[in-house]
Ligand binder design. Structure first.
Ligand SMILES: *Cc1c(COP(=O)(O)O)cnc(C)c1O
Length: 643
């Protein structure tokens, strides 16, 4: 099952490709030194060549070595994410292209905050934005409008926050135009109408505004610009903005219960407050579109505006995929009814799975073509969710998760770069954007993106990370024939895991009832257990807690080596729905369990992320998935014996 094409892509569980990576590292480190020496070869060495013989030099070196040895020894207690025995969280081995490009670029220490600080790596970051945009199906040719944009962030949490920030900037801008008294006929008739415009309509107004300013005499344009700026929510703050317009409601954000906790952080940061994050009910771990419609209906009737609705493409705890297609249809339906809001897809986990759905020409593959390689994948609703990604207004994707990149690499992608100016930290964008015009759209796109620091949340940004992500996408293009092969291997592992699970559950029947609490959408599988004969939830949860204890390294067991590693999560009535939750308890034989009590504790399950591409080692005849189930059987027998 291990795909031989993947052999050179990773350092490998055994460090198999050590020579390969070492040669690259040493070669390009030397190359960096040559660059330093050849910048001005006439400058002699500033650190004397004899300095290494000084006593304090040698003393320093030995002190440093001592510390490094300790660090290196300490790091051996790290969680071995690279191992085929690691089936826990959303992390695995690193891709050699990313790792080598990152280390190569590190000593150059470029800062992607601006063009002056990063003439080379900033362009690589702009390219990453376009690469990811193409993978999700956005129009991504800077020579033609509309064109998407994207940039890296420190992680998915910051990308999600950027999504909300952009949605608010877009939503509130038309209100500022009206409040400033901009004299056009095509403005919405009321502030309410302006605030509830669809994002696309609001971006169009912004473009109209820029063109209008550009046509005015300079003085007059500057005056209007100041008036409009003075009315923007970014200038006033939420409190003053909404005090000035009592007819508007402070908007809410809708997200399913499975949404990552970064959404809670985001609404707090934006000043909306936690109470403005509304939970859309779920059915069977996925957002329930019918319930979303009901909620929207209620909100519209009570004149409560919606800032954005969040769909999760691969939930953090369960890997489940929301019906993005149905959510996009609802967004469009309500927008055409004058109740606009943004659709943001949080694909921090599942984003790279989209590579499997693209052919080499960048077209969406048919469901049949994708399904040919697999037993179950993709379920039709999963296919439709991926096919609808391009309908989202913005998307979060984490290269440091399924992108197999080092930590510190999240990404934000949005459909229309013309909204970017609304995020700008200074007002210069207005003249910048308007004056340059559209004579060379590709060049003006690049110019604008080169001022990246003005639009993003972070300031200084590692150019080395942009190099790592871009080089990875260049060597492994984001389609099914290249990067998608990694994703395909994770899905095959999941299907193998399900088969092995069936056999395991039958085998262990006398001692434990085991089941998959929900069908995996992709490459994350949870498992529920109940000791045979037990009817109480607390005893079932206690068994899983003890299993987890044996399958993980906690603070108190640092340095211990586990045979296998898994993670743990809790299923709640909220995510599963009351009916499905009760059915699950019944399936496990937890029939003496009062449901109200179960609602409080939830059902603790083991959670497995199957992203290591080398789970089946045909060369040596080892199947790590079978090995895991054998180990699990033994643990369960030991833990349930005598109880
Ligand atoms: C991991 C994750 C995040 C947060 O990303 P970080 O990179 O950890 O900040 C957000 N949403 C989802 C769905 C995730 O899986």
């Amino acid at each position: 099952m291990a795909d031989p094409q993947l052999f050179p892509w990773f350092l490998g569980p055994y460090g198999e490709n050590d020579d390969f990576l070492e040669k690259l590292m040493v070669g390009f480190f030397r190359d960096h030194v040559y660059w330093r020496r050849n910048l001005h070869p006439e400058d002699p060495p500033a650190i004397p060549t004899a300095a290494v013989h000084r006593a304090d030099f040698m003393a320093f070196e030995s002190r440093l070595r001592r510390e490094l040895h300790q660090l290196s020894a300490g790091l051996k207690r790290s969680v071995p994410f690279h191992s085929q025995r690691y089936l826990g969280h959303m992390v695995s081995d690193l891709l050699i292209p990313g790792l080598s490009a990152y280390m190569l670029a590190l000593p150059y220490n470029q800062n992607n905050v601006s063009e002056e600080a990063a003439p080379v790596t900033l362009d690589l970051e702009i390219e990453v934005g376009l690469q990811l945009a193409r993978m999700v199906g956005y129009a991504a040719d800077p020579a033609h409008l509309p064109c998407a944009f994207g940039h890296l962030t420190s992680g998915g949490s910051v990308a999600n926050y950027q999504g909300l920030r952009l949605a608010l900037a877009i939503k509130a801008f038309p209100v500022a135009l009206i409040a400033a008294g901009v004299p056009w006929v095509e403005l919405p008739a009321s502030l309410n109408e302006a605030f509830d415009l669809a994002p696309g309509a609001s971006i169009a107004l912004y473009q109209r505004y820029l063109a209008w300013l550009a046509a005015l005499p300079h003085e007059q344009a500057a005056r209007w610009r100041r008036r409009v700026e003075a009315e923007r929510v970014e200038r006033l703050g939420l409190h003053e903005f909404f005090s000035a317009h009592p007819e508007l409601s402070v908007p809410v954000v809708l997200a399913p219960a499975t949404a990552h906790y970064s959404w809670s952080k985001a609404v707090k940061l934006l000043g909306l407050g936690r109470s403005r994050l509304l939970t859309v009910p779920e059915r069977d771990m996925r957002l329930d579109a019918a319930a979303m419609r009901g909620l929207l209906e209620h909100l519209r009737a009570s004149r409560q505006s919606v800032l954005a609705c969040v769909g999760v493409l691969g939930s953090t705890e369960f890997g489940t995929i929301d019906p993005i297609d149905e959510m996009a249809a609802l967004r469009d339906e309500y927008a055409s009814d004058g109740f606009g809001f943004a659709l943001h897809v949080d694909a921090a986990w599942g984003g790279y799975v989209a590579s499997l759905f693209r052919d080499e020409a960048g077209r969406l593959r048919s469901c049949e073509a994708v399904a040919r390689e697999f037993e179950h994948f993709p379920e039709e609703r999963v296919y439709h969710a991926f096919a609808a990604l391009s309908a989202a207004d913005s998307i979060t994707i984490d290269p440091h998760k399924l992108g197999h990149m080092p930590y510190g690499a999240g990404a934000f992608v949005a459909r229309d770069h013309r909204a970017l100016g609304l995020l700008s930290e200074d007002a210069a964008y207005v003249f910048h954007d308007a004056v340059r015009g559209d004579d060379d759209p590709a060049e003006s796109y690049r110019q604008r993106m080169r001022g990246l620091g003005r639009y993003v949340i972070e300031g200084s940004k590692p150019g080395a990370m942009a190099a790592a992500v871009c080089l990875t996408h260049r060597t492994l293009p984001l389609n099914h024939a290249h990067f998608g092969r990694i994703i395909a291997s994770t899905i095959r592992s999941t299907e193998m895991f399900r088969r092995s699970f069936d056999a395991f559950a039958r085998r262990m029947n006398a001692c434990v009832t085991a089941c998959l609490p929900f069908t995996p959408d992709c490459n994350l599988v949870c498992m529920a257990f109940n000791p045979a004969g037990n009817m109480r939830l607390d005893a079932a949860n206690a068994l899983v807690d003890r299993l987890y204890g044996a399958l993980s390294v906690g603070a108190e067991t640092q340095g211990r080596r586990c045979a296998y590693y898994a993670s743990r999560t809790t299923l709640s009535v909220e995510t599963l729905g009351a009916e499905a939750f009760a059915a699950l308890l019944a399936r496990l034989g937890l029939v003496a369990q009062p449901l109200e009590e179960a609602e409080e504790t939830g059902l603790v399950v083991l959670r497995h992320t199957l992203m290591n591409p080398f789970l089946l080692d045909e060369e040596n005849g080892i199947d790590y998935i079978e090995g895991y189930f054998a180990h699990l059987s033994e643990l369960i027998r030991t833990l349930t014996a005598g109880s």
